[in-house]
Design a protein around this ligand. Structure first.
Ligand code: EPU
Length: 347
Protein backbone atom coordinates (compact mmCIF):
# COMPACT_ATOMS: atom_id res chain seq x y z
CA UNK A 1 0.00 0.00 0.00
CA UNK A 2 1.21 3.48 -0.83
CA UNK A 3 2.03 5.65 2.21
CA UNK A 4 -0.40 8.27 3.40
CA UNK A 5 0.46 11.82 2.31
CA UNK A 6 2.58 10.73 -0.66
CA UNK A 7 3.31 13.56 -3.11
CA UNK A 8 4.79 12.78 -6.52
CA UNK A 9 7.29 14.97 -8.38
CA UNK A 10 7.56 17.27 -5.37
CA UNK A 11 9.34 20.61 -5.27
CA UNK A 12 12.20 20.54 -2.73
CA UNK A 13 13.39 24.13 -2.88
CA UNK A 14 11.61 25.26 0.29
CA UNK A 15 12.92 22.22 2.21
CA UNK A 16 16.52 23.47 2.24
CA UNK A 17 17.62 26.80 3.71
CA UNK A 18 20.05 27.16 0.76
CA UNK A 19 16.89 27.26 -1.41
CA UNK A 20 18.42 25.57 -4.45
CA UNK A 21 15.94 24.14 -6.96
CA UNK A 22 15.35 20.35 -7.12
CA UNK A 23 12.50 17.88 -7.26
CA UNK A 24 11.90 14.53 -5.59
CA UNK A 25 10.21 11.62 -7.28
CA UNK A 26 8.27 11.17 -4.03
CA UNK A 27 7.85 13.20 -0.86
CA UNK A 28 6.15 12.38 2.45
CA UNK A 29 5.67 15.02 5.15
CA UNK A 30 5.52 12.70 8.16
CA UNK A 31 3.60 14.07 11.14
CA UNK A 32 3.75 10.89 13.25
CA UNK A 33 6.29 8.07 13.78
CA UNK A 34 3.79 5.71 12.11
CA UNK A 35 3.67 7.86 8.93
CA UNK A 36 7.47 7.94 8.85
CA UNK A 37 7.96 4.20 9.40
CA UNK A 38 5.23 3.28 6.93
CA UNK A 39 6.85 5.47 4.25
CA UNK A 40 10.26 3.90 4.93
CA UNK A 41 8.91 0.34 4.60
CA UNK A 42 7.15 1.26 1.38
CA UNK A 43 10.34 2.78 -0.08
CA UNK A 44 12.33 -0.29 0.86
CA UNK A 45 9.77 -2.62 -0.78
CA UNK A 46 9.88 -0.47 -3.92
CA UNK A 47 13.71 -0.42 -3.87
CA UNK A 48 13.79 3.39 -3.70
CA UNK A 49 16.63 5.44 -2.19
CA UNK A 50 15.52 7.52 0.82
CA UNK A 51 16.64 10.95 1.96
CA UNK A 52 15.49 12.13 5.38
CA UNK A 53 15.11 15.91 5.80
CA UNK A 54 14.55 17.91 8.99
CA UNK A 55 14.81 21.71 8.86
CA UNK A 56 16.99 21.46 5.75
CA UNK A 57 19.58 23.79 7.24
CA UNK A 58 22.48 21.43 6.68
CA UNK A 59 21.97 20.02 3.23
CA UNK A 60 22.31 21.18 -0.33
CA UNK A 61 20.03 19.87 -3.06
CA UNK A 62 22.10 19.79 -6.22
CA UNK A 63 19.97 17.64 -8.49
CA UNK A 64 16.61 15.88 -8.59
CA UNK A 65 16.26 13.01 -6.14
CA UNK A 66 15.13 9.75 -7.76
CA UNK A 67 13.58 8.23 -4.61
CA UNK A 68 11.63 9.20 -1.48
CA UNK A 69 12.34 12.38 0.49
CA UNK A 70 10.99 11.89 4.00
CA UNK A 71 10.36 15.22 5.70
CA UNK A 72 10.24 14.75 9.46
CA UNK A 73 7.47 17.02 10.71
CA UNK A 74 6.78 15.17 14.01
CA UNK A 75 5.80 17.58 16.77
CA UNK A 76 5.66 17.34 20.56
CA UNK A 77 7.60 18.15 23.70
CA UNK A 78 7.20 16.70 27.19
CA UNK A 79 8.88 17.18 30.54
CA UNK A 80 9.39 13.64 31.77
CA UNK A 81 11.18 13.64 35.08
CA UNK A 82 11.38 16.83 37.02
CA UNK A 83 13.49 16.27 40.03
CA UNK A 84 14.48 19.33 42.05
CA UNK A 85 17.00 21.23 39.98
CA UNK A 86 17.19 18.72 37.14
CA UNK A 87 14.68 17.91 34.44
CA UNK A 88 14.43 15.67 31.42
CA UNK A 89 12.80 16.97 28.28
CA UNK A 90 11.64 14.91 25.31
CA UNK A 91 11.54 16.72 21.96
CA UNK A 92 9.96 15.11 18.87
CA UNK A 93 12.23 15.12 15.82
CA UNK A 94 10.36 17.81 13.90
CA UNK A 95 10.36 20.44 16.67
CA UNK A 96 12.21 23.63 15.74
CA UNK A 97 15.53 23.65 17.57
CA UNK A 98 15.57 27.40 18.20
CA UNK A 99 11.98 27.48 19.51
CA UNK A 100 12.89 24.60 21.83
CA UNK A 101 15.88 26.56 23.17
CA UNK A 102 13.63 29.54 23.92
CA UNK A 103 11.07 27.24 25.58
CA UNK A 104 13.70 25.62 27.82
CA UNK A 105 15.47 28.87 28.68
CA UNK A 106 12.12 30.59 29.28
CA UNK A 107 11.25 27.85 31.79
CA UNK A 108 14.46 28.71 33.68
CA UNK A 109 16.41 25.60 32.68
CA UNK A 110 20.03 25.80 31.61
CA UNK A 111 22.09 23.69 29.25
CA UNK A 112 21.22 24.69 25.68
CA UNK A 113 20.92 28.50 25.85
CA UNK A 114 24.20 28.98 23.94
CA UNK A 115 22.66 27.04 21.05
CA UNK A 116 19.97 29.66 20.36
CA UNK A 117 19.24 30.56 16.75
CA UNK A 118 20.86 27.46 15.29
CA UNK A 119 18.51 26.64 12.43
CA UNK A 120 17.07 23.18 11.99
CA UNK A 121 15.10 20.64 13.98
CA UNK A 122 15.59 18.71 17.23
CA UNK A 123 15.89 15.44 15.31
CA UNK A 124 18.74 16.79 13.17
CA UNK A 125 20.65 18.23 16.14
CA UNK A 126 22.41 14.96 17.11
CA UNK A 127 23.46 14.17 13.53
CA UNK A 128 26.14 16.82 13.45
CA UNK A 129 26.22 17.37 17.22
CA UNK A 130 25.35 21.05 16.80
CA UNK A 131 27.57 23.42 18.70
CA UNK A 132 28.20 27.10 19.32
CA UNK A 133 29.86 29.36 21.90
CA UNK A 134 31.63 26.57 23.77
CA UNK A 135 28.58 24.27 24.10
CA UNK A 136 27.57 21.20 22.12
CA UNK A 137 24.33 19.27 22.06
CA UNK A 138 26.18 16.26 23.50
CA UNK A 139 26.72 18.22 26.78
CA UNK A 140 22.99 17.96 27.57
CA UNK A 141 22.08 14.87 25.62
CA UNK A 142 20.75 11.75 27.38
CA UNK A 143 19.37 9.51 24.65
CA UNK A 144 17.27 9.31 21.52
CA UNK A 145 14.62 7.02 20.15
CA UNK A 146 15.21 5.94 16.56
CA UNK A 147 13.82 3.49 14.07
CA UNK A 148 16.57 1.03 13.15
CA UNK A 149 16.01 0.51 9.45
CA UNK A 150 18.32 -2.48 9.32
CA UNK A 151 16.68 -4.39 12.17
CA UNK A 152 13.18 -3.06 11.44
CA UNK A 153 12.54 -2.09 15.08
CA UNK A 154 12.75 0.89 17.44
CA UNK A 155 15.99 1.38 19.37
CA UNK A 156 17.12 3.69 22.18
CA UNK A 157 20.64 5.05 21.80
CA UNK A 158 22.41 6.76 24.69
CA UNK A 159 25.14 9.35 24.56
CA UNK A 160 27.92 6.81 24.27
CA UNK A 161 26.12 4.87 21.52
CA UNK A 162 25.83 8.10 19.49
CA UNK A 163 29.65 8.51 19.36
CA UNK A 164 29.55 12.30 19.38
CA UNK A 165 32.54 14.31 18.20
CA UNK A 166 33.11 17.81 16.80
CA UNK A 167 30.26 18.18 14.28
CA UNK A 168 30.21 14.41 14.15
CA UNK A 169 28.23 11.38 15.36
CA UNK A 170 27.36 7.79 14.57
CA UNK A 171 24.62 9.10 12.23
CA UNK A 172 27.15 10.67 9.87
CA UNK A 173 28.93 7.34 9.59
CA UNK A 174 25.82 5.19 9.19
CA UNK A 175 23.52 7.61 7.35
CA UNK A 176 21.20 4.91 6.02
CA UNK A 177 20.56 3.14 9.27
CA UNK A 178 18.66 5.21 11.83
CA UNK A 179 15.63 7.42 11.60
CA UNK A 180 15.65 9.71 14.65
CA UNK A 181 12.14 10.03 16.10
CA UNK A 182 12.71 11.90 19.39
CA UNK A 183 15.56 13.10 21.60
CA UNK A 184 15.94 13.45 25.38
CA UNK A 185 17.90 16.20 27.10
CA UNK A 186 19.01 16.65 30.72
CA UNK A 187 18.60 20.26 31.84
CA UNK A 188 19.29 21.97 35.11
CA UNK A 189 18.27 25.10 36.96
CA UNK A 190 21.72 25.70 38.39
CA UNK A 191 24.35 24.39 35.99
CA UNK A 192 27.01 27.12 35.57
CA UNK A 193 26.67 29.20 32.41
CA UNK A 194 29.32 28.72 29.74
CA UNK A 195 30.46 32.23 28.96
CA UNK A 196 34.12 31.69 28.05
CA UNK A 197 33.74 32.13 24.28
CA UNK A 198 35.24 35.46 23.12
CA UNK A 199 32.16 37.35 22.01
CA UNK A 200 29.93 36.13 24.86
CA UNK A 201 32.65 36.85 27.42
CA UNK A 202 32.85 40.40 26.07
CA UNK A 203 29.08 40.77 26.19
CA UNK A 204 28.78 39.83 29.87
CA UNK A 205 32.18 41.26 30.85
CA UNK A 206 32.42 39.28 34.09
CA UNK A 207 28.77 39.85 35.08
CA UNK A 208 26.61 36.81 35.91
CA UNK A 209 23.51 36.69 33.73
CA UNK A 210 20.16 36.73 35.54
CA UNK A 211 18.68 33.84 33.58
CA UNK A 212 19.31 31.37 30.75
CA UNK A 213 16.95 33.46 28.63
CA UNK A 214 19.28 36.43 29.02
CA UNK A 215 22.15 34.28 27.72
CA UNK A 216 20.02 33.02 24.80
CA UNK A 217 19.16 36.63 23.93
CA UNK A 218 22.84 37.65 24.03
CA UNK A 219 23.72 34.71 21.76
CA UNK A 220 20.98 35.77 19.34
CA UNK A 221 22.34 39.31 19.17
CA UNK A 222 25.92 38.14 18.68
CA UNK A 223 24.93 35.63 15.98
CA UNK A 224 22.76 38.14 14.12
CA UNK A 225 25.72 40.51 13.89
CA UNK A 226 27.63 38.23 11.59
CA UNK A 227 25.50 35.29 10.50
CA UNK A 228 22.90 35.97 7.82
CA UNK A 229 19.27 34.96 8.45
CA UNK A 230 18.47 32.13 6.00
CA UNK A 231 14.94 33.55 5.61
CA UNK A 232 16.44 36.65 4.03
CA UNK A 233 19.65 35.33 2.49
CA UNK A 234 19.58 31.60 1.79
CA UNK A 235 22.55 29.81 3.44
CA UNK A 236 23.39 26.72 5.48
CA UNK A 237 25.47 28.31 8.26
CA UNK A 238 29.10 27.24 8.41
CA UNK A 239 29.81 25.65 5.06
CA UNK A 240 33.07 24.01 6.12
CA UNK A 241 34.17 22.40 9.37
CA UNK A 242 37.08 23.95 11.19
CA UNK A 243 39.90 21.57 10.20
CA UNK A 244 41.89 19.79 12.88
CA UNK A 245 45.65 19.39 12.26
CA UNK A 246 48.41 17.74 14.29
CA UNK A 247 50.50 19.83 16.69
CA UNK A 248 53.52 19.35 14.41
CA UNK A 249 51.58 20.61 11.37
CA UNK A 250 50.31 23.55 13.39
CA UNK A 251 53.82 24.52 14.46
CA UNK A 252 54.93 24.60 10.82
CA UNK A 253 51.90 26.65 9.79
CA UNK A 254 52.35 29.08 12.67
CA UNK A 255 56.00 29.66 11.75
CA UNK A 256 54.92 30.65 8.29
CA UNK A 257 51.65 32.44 9.18
CA UNK A 258 52.02 33.83 12.70
CA UNK A 259 48.52 35.40 12.70
CA UNK A 260 46.70 32.16 11.93
CA UNK A 261 43.72 31.67 14.30
CA UNK A 262 43.70 28.27 16.02
CA UNK A 263 42.49 26.58 19.21
CA UNK A 264 43.91 23.52 20.98
CA UNK A 265 41.50 20.61 20.85
CA UNK A 266 41.44 16.89 21.65
CA UNK A 267 43.94 15.20 19.38
CA UNK A 268 45.41 18.30 17.73
CA UNK A 269 44.81 21.94 16.88
CA UNK A 270 41.60 23.28 15.35
CA UNK A 271 42.13 25.98 12.72
CA UNK A 272 39.54 28.70 12.02
CA UNK A 273 38.34 27.84 8.52
CA UNK A 274 36.75 31.30 8.27
CA UNK A 275 40.18 32.88 8.74
CA UNK A 276 41.79 30.64 6.10
CA UNK A 277 39.06 31.45 3.55
CA UNK A 278 39.14 35.14 4.40
CA UNK A 279 42.93 35.26 3.95
CA UNK A 280 42.55 33.71 0.50
CA UNK A 281 40.47 36.78 -0.40
CA UNK A 282 37.05 35.14 -0.64
CA UNK A 283 35.11 37.13 1.99
CA UNK A 284 32.41 39.21 0.27
CA UNK A 285 33.00 37.58 -3.13
CA UNK A 286 29.91 37.20 -5.27
CA UNK A 287 29.14 36.16 -8.79
CA UNK A 288 25.78 36.36 -10.53
CA UNK A 289 24.07 33.85 -8.25
CA UNK A 290 26.15 32.74 -5.26
CA UNK A 291 28.81 34.17 -2.98
CA UNK A 292 30.59 34.33 0.36
CA UNK A 293 29.09 36.34 3.19
CA UNK A 294 30.73 39.73 3.72
CA UNK A 295 30.97 39.36 7.52
CA UNK A 296 31.76 35.65 7.87
CA UNK A 297 33.80 33.87 5.20
CA UNK A 298 32.66 30.48 6.49
CA UNK A 299 29.13 31.08 5.20
CA UNK A 300 28.28 30.59 1.52
CA UNK A 301 25.13 32.28 0.31
CA UNK A 302 22.69 31.88 -2.52
CA UNK A 303 21.89 35.51 -3.14
CA UNK A 304 20.14 35.26 -6.46
CA UNK A 305 18.49 32.00 -7.44
CA UNK A 306 21.66 29.89 -7.64
CA UNK A 307 21.45 26.15 -8.05
CA UNK A 308 23.26 23.44 -6.09
CA UNK A 309 25.92 22.94 -8.75
CA UNK A 310 26.81 26.63 -8.62
CA UNK A 311 27.10 26.52 -4.83
CA UNK A 312 29.33 23.44 -5.01
CA UNK A 313 31.48 24.93 -7.77
CA UNK A 314 32.18 27.94 -5.55
CA UNK A 315 32.91 25.64 -2.59
CA UNK A 316 35.33 23.64 -4.71
CA UNK A 317 37.25 26.76 -5.77
CA UNK A 318 37.50 27.90 -2.14
CA UNK A 319 38.61 24.48 -0.94
CA UNK A 320 41.26 24.22 -3.69
CA UNK A 321 42.62 27.72 -2.94
CA UNK A 322 42.92 27.00 0.79
CA UNK A 323 44.62 23.69 0.04
CA UNK A 324 47.09 25.28 -2.34
CA UNK A 325 48.00 28.12 0.01
CA UNK A 326 47.99 26.36 3.39
CA UNK A 327 48.12 22.64 2.55
CA UNK A 328 44.95 22.16 4.65
CA UNK A 329 41.95 20.32 3.22
CA UNK A 330 38.57 21.81 4.17
CA UNK A 331 35.71 19.39 4.62
CA UNK A 332 32.12 20.40 3.92
CA UNK A 333 29.72 20.58 6.85
CA UNK A 334 26.39 20.18 5.00
CA UNK A 335 25.44 17.00 3.21
CA UNK A 336 24.87 16.96 -0.55
CA UNK A 337 21.76 15.38 -2.10
CA UNK A 338 22.05 13.26 -4.20
CA UNK A 339 25.35 12.34 -2.59
CA UNK A 340 27.04 11.59 -5.93
CA UNK A 341 27.15 15.38 -6.59
CA UNK A 342 29.72 16.00 -3.79
CA UNK A 343 32.84 18.16 -4.10
CA UNK A 344 35.03 15.45 -5.61
CA UNK A 345 38.78 15.12 -5.07
CA UNK A 346 40.91 18.24 -4.78
CA UNK A 347 42.80 19.45 -7.86
N1 EPU B 1 37.52 34.76 11.03
C1 EPU B 1 38.09 35.57 10.09
N2 EPU B 1 37.39 35.87 8.96
C2 EPU B 1 36.13 35.40 8.77
C3 EPU B 1 35.54 34.57 9.73
C4 EPU B 1 36.24 34.25 10.86
O1 EPU B 1 39.23 36.01 10.23
O2 EPU B 1 35.55 35.72 7.72
C5 EPU B 1 38.23 34.48 12.27
C6 EPU B 1 37.54 35.19 13.42
O3 EPU B 1 38.03 36.49 13.59
C7 EPU B 1 37.85 34.33 14.60
C8 EPU B 1 37.96 32.93 13.98
O4 EPU B 1 38.13 33.11 12.59
O5 EPU B 1 39.08 34.68 15.14
C9 EPU B 1 36.75 32.04 14.29
O6 EPU B 1 35.58 32.62 13.77
P1 EPU B 1 34.21 32.63 14.58
O7 EPU B 1 34.45 33.01 15.98
O8 EPU B 1 33.25 33.40 13.77
O9 EPU B 1 33.75 31.13 14.73
P2 EPU B 1 33.85 29.95 13.72
O10 EPU B 1 34.92 29.01 14.12
O11 EPU B 1 33.98 30.52 12.37
C10 EPU B 1 32.16 28.30 14.87
C11 EPU B 1 31.04 27.43 14.38
C12 EPU B 1 29.76 28.23 14.23
C13 EPU B 1 29.40 28.79 15.59
C14 EPU B 1 30.57 29.69 16.04
C15 EPU B 1 30.36 30.23 17.44
C16 EPU B 1 32.12 25.73 13.02
C17 EPU B 1 32.42 25.23 11.63
N3 EPU B 1 31.41 26.85 13.08
O12 EPU B 1 32.41 29.26 13.85
O13 EPU B 1 28.72 27.32 13.84
O14 EPU B 1 28.20 29.55 15.54
O15 EPU B 1 31.80 28.91 16.07
O16 EPU B 1 30.58 29.22 18.36
O17 EPU B 1 32.53 25.09 13.98
C18 EPU B 1 27.35 26.49 12.08
O18 EPU B 1 27.79 25.36 12.34
O19 EPU B 1 26.53 26.67 11.13
C19 EPU B 1 27.86 27.64 12.80
C20 EPU B 1 27.51 28.87 12.48
Amino acid sequence: MRPRLLVENADLQSLSTMATPARARYLVNAGTPEDACQALSWASREGLPVQVVGGGSNLIFCDDFPGLVLHMALRGKRWEAVNGDEATLMLAAGESWHQSVLYVAGAGYRGIENLALIPGTAGAAPVQNIGAYGVELSDSFISLLAWDRQAGEPVTLDREDCRFGYRDSLFKHEPERYLILEIRLRLSRHRPFELGYGELAQWFDGRTPDSPLEVAQAVMTVRRRKLPDPEQLPNTGSFFKNPVVTVAQWEELRDQWPDMVAYPTDGGVKLAAGWLIDQCGWKGYRNRTVGVHHRQALVLINHSGGNGKQVLELARRIRDDVLERYGVLLEMEPGVVPSACGLGSPV
